[in-house]
Design a binder for this molecule. Structure first.
Ligand code: NDP
Ligand code: 8X3
Length: 250
């Protein structure tokens, strides 16, 4: 039977690559993000592979999130797979110099936004006693690094929420897991360093993970047999050993 996946943060990076990977396998898609033009372009690019419905909302907006997901058309109402991917880092500052707006953005989007989307989707999964939720965490959710403070906290929270979901949704047969990448070359650094022309230096001197590499792993996770759940995947590019050790060319 054709499955339907809802992907947040589908306008860019990991979410967009996951949409393309899922479409190749004929999975019906509900693609979410704030940049409507991009959603339209992606919907158009995928329309020959699968059915695509777009939802244009900001995950920080509780009402908009619940309304968008609750008002899906009949043929997209049953969500089998939820990929909670929307998120970013904002800033890289020592805690004593951190910007409160950056802190709000990370906690509101990465943590509360993920909860709002999950709140809109989980009841139908518990009712059907089936479903699969993958939360995109980070190596930053496993290990705190210098100046990572609040971003790391938000991703530690994603991991705690993932574990909590897996425990609470266990009686309903719902699969819950996290995919936690290290450095992935996406728009992530542009957002983190807001307009700084050196933002992309983050990925210079080594081959970082590409969005498609992460999408491949997400597809692998959702395509396992019914009795198999990949609970927690940590993935790095070969050049990266942990959050602080990256083997870069001189
Ligand atoms: P991108 O910046 O390329 O993509 C981020 C996506 O999140 C965009 O589609 C953006 O859509 C969406 N998004 C951001 N804020 C909001 C919001 N308020 N409401 C709705 N959607 C929002 O980054 P990545 O693809 O790299 O990031 C995806 C996830 O992967 C994030 O959770 C990130 O923390 C995580 N991650 C990234 C790593 C990396 O090194 N790149 C490593 C580990 C984890 P739009 O702006 O259109 O709303
Ligand atoms: C993104 C990876 O190392 O920039 O979550 O925090 S890192």
């Amino acid at each position: 039977m054709t499955k339907t996946a809802l992907i947040t943060g589908a306008t860019s990076g990991i979410g967009k690559a996951t949409a393309f990977e899922f479409a190749k396998h004929g999975i019906k898609l509900i693609l979410c993000g704030r940049r409507l033009e991009r959603l339209n372009t992606i919907q158009n690019a995928l329309k020959d592979l699968t059915e695509v419905h777009i939802l244009n909302f900001d995950v920080r907006d509780k009402e908009a999130t619940l309304n968008a997901i609750n008002s899906l058309p009949e043929n997209f109402k049953t969500i089998d797979i939820l990929i909670n991917n929307a998120g970013n880092a904002h800033g890289l500052d020592p805690i004593n110099e951190g910007n409160i707006d950056d802190w709000d953005a990370m906690m509101d989007i990465n943590v509360k936004g993920l909860l709002y989307v999950s709140k809109a989707v989980i009841p139908q999964m518990t009712e059907r006693q089936s479903g699969h939720i993958i939360n995109i965490g980070s190596s930053a959710g496993k290990e705190v690094y210098s100046k990572g403070n609040v971003y790391c906290a938000s991703k530690h929270a994603v991991l705690a929420i993932t574990e909590g979901m897996r425990i609470d949704l266990n009686p309903y047969g719902i699969k819950v897991g996290a995919v936690n990448p290290g450095l992935v070359e996406t728009e992530f650094s542009e957002v983190r360093f807001k307009g700084n022309p050196n933002a992309n230096n983050t990925y210079k001197g080594f081959k970082a993970l590409q969005a498609k590499d992460v999408a491949d792993v997400i597809y692998f996770a959702i395509s396992r047999p019914p009795h198999v759940n990949l609970a927690d995947i940590l993935m790095f590019c070969t050049a990266q050993a942990n959050s602080t050790i990256v083997n870069k060319e001189a």
